[in-house]
Design a protein around this ligand. Structure first.
Ligand SMILES: Cc1ncc(COP(=O)(O)O)c(C=O)c1O
Length: 414
């Protein structure tokens, strides 16, 4: 980690960094409880974007003029921040992508198509986001590999006693899992899965979209082979994300996208690939967005992922306690000490979309739907849930407003 501090954070103070909270929604102060979907942006990131465009913007890696050199330095500086943030051994191994989704597709296509075949097994989990599920399902079908899952128990935690049976079902070549579930907040045992994957001769692919913004993530301590996360869930701009991969795997892989920037030489007969990480960065990248991503990493690092995790833990414990007061409300997932600041629930007899709509009239933003986890919805026996999710700027008062709002929902809709 670049900077980790155990000092508790002051969410009320940090909130002043976020201009969005200065604007009422439906005539009320905004209670933004949808940070798992995307986070709000602090002035420090907005200023970094504006300053970059105003003073240092040009295309990267091409021009020999001063502005292009400064732009390239800012872009590569952001890569170094992303490297340090997840303790990756080398910036050569940090690839800028459009998002977590694109990063996971990159691995599934560029590694999976060349390394999977009949008799091989791809292992995902029942609580995977579609971004780490659908690409693997598709590539397994394309290559003839089988597609198996680790089931969850009734608390939404992985049942690792299923691993032996999975190992017996064929050559396990890929294990793909999110470090934190976006629907339940479950913190998954990725270190154990990575060790098991390597015992099978498989690679471990980690979706850290919901982990990297909320807690310390160290790719070397996790022992994984690939790890993906998105800027927009970490106070940064949309349109940029990062994929870390082990150099030896990345070097052996074919490129994912082809075109400019990712080549070493092109002739009518043959094209050769650029060195890492550029081999996987075809075309003009999201330059200013990457610089903004770097500013967001600085912002979050200065607060400290440990302090963010502790703050969210307090909020989620409080939320679960208060949600238990609402009649007919069922919370899904594990206890507060085994989850991050995410809580999904069902209000008996009321569709989550209706819950979210009534809460919106109170200025409370929550997410309703399947959260891109339809297999998990099937396992939970619901089509959708309502989800409240917290971040470094979330306040206990917003949870109080959520509870009041839910009582109102019941009054209006039952
Ligand atoms: C666990 C998880 N994985 C992947 C994604 C996809 O992230 P993105 O939309 O930034 O590609 C999300 C987004 O919600 C997520 O929560």
């Amino acid at each position: 980690m670049a900077v980790t501090t155990s000092k508790p954070l002051d969410a009320a103070l940090l909130r002043a960094d976020f201009p969005v909270f200065e604007h009422p929604v439906r005539g009320k102060p905004l209670a933004y409880l949808d940070s798992a979907s995307s986070t709000q942006k602090p002035r420090q990131v907005l200023d970094a974007l504006r300053t970059f465009y105003e003073t240092s913007y040009a295309n990267v890696h091409r021009g020999v003029y001063d502005l292009a050199e400064r732009s390239t330095a800012a872009f590569e500086g952001a890569r170094e921040k992303a490297r340090a943030y997840v303790n990756a051994p080398s910036a050569r191994e940090m690839i800028f992508t459009r998002s977590t989704t694109e990063a996971l597709n990159l691995v599934a296509y560029a590694w999976g198509l060349d390394n999977l075949g009949p008799g091989d097994v791809v292992v995902i989990t029942e609580l995977e986001h579609h971004a780490n599920f659908v690409p693997w399902q598709f590539v397994a079908q394309r290559t003839g590999a089988s597609f198996r899952h680790i089931p969850i128990d009734d608390l939404g935690e992985l049942q690792l006693d299923a691993l032996d049976e999975l190992a017996a079902s064929g050559r396990v070549k890929v294990v793909a899992n999110n470090l934190v579930s976006n629907t339940l907040g479950t913190i998954n045992p990725v270190e154990k899965l990575a060790a098991w994957a390597h015992e099978q001769g498989a690679i471990m692919v980690v979706d850290a979209a919901q982990a990297a913004p909320h807690r310390a993530v160290d790719v070397q301590a996790l022992g994984c082979d690939f790890l993906a996360f998105s800027s927009h869930k970490l106070c940064g701009p949309t349109g940029v994300g990062a994929l870390w991969g082990r150099a030896e795997l990345l070097e052996a892989m074919s490129p994912f996208n082809l075109g400019g920037e990712m080549i070493r030489s092109v002739s009518l007969e043959k094209t050769t690939w650029n060195e890492l990480p550029y081999k996987f960065e075809a075309g003009t990248p999201a330059i200013a967005e990457a610089v903004g991503f770097g500013a967001a990493i600085d912002y979050v690092s200065a607060i400290g992922p440990d302090a963010i995790a502790a703050h969210e833990h307090e909020l989620v414990a409080y939320a679960m306690e208060r949600l238990a007061e609402v009649p007919g409300l069922r919370v899904f997932g594990p206890p507060a000490d085994r989850r991050t600041g995410i809580v999904s629930f069902d209000l008996e007899g009321i569709h989550p979309h209706d819950v979210a709509q009534v809460l919106d009239f109170e200025g409370i933003a929550v997410r309703a739907g399947h959260h891109c986890t339809q297999p998990l919805m099937t396992r939970l026996g619901v089509v959708a849930t309502t989800r409240a999710s917290f971040y470094l700027y979330s306040l206990p008062e917003e949870i109080d407003r959520l509870i009041e709002g839910l009582h109102k929902v019941r009054k209006v809709l039952t």
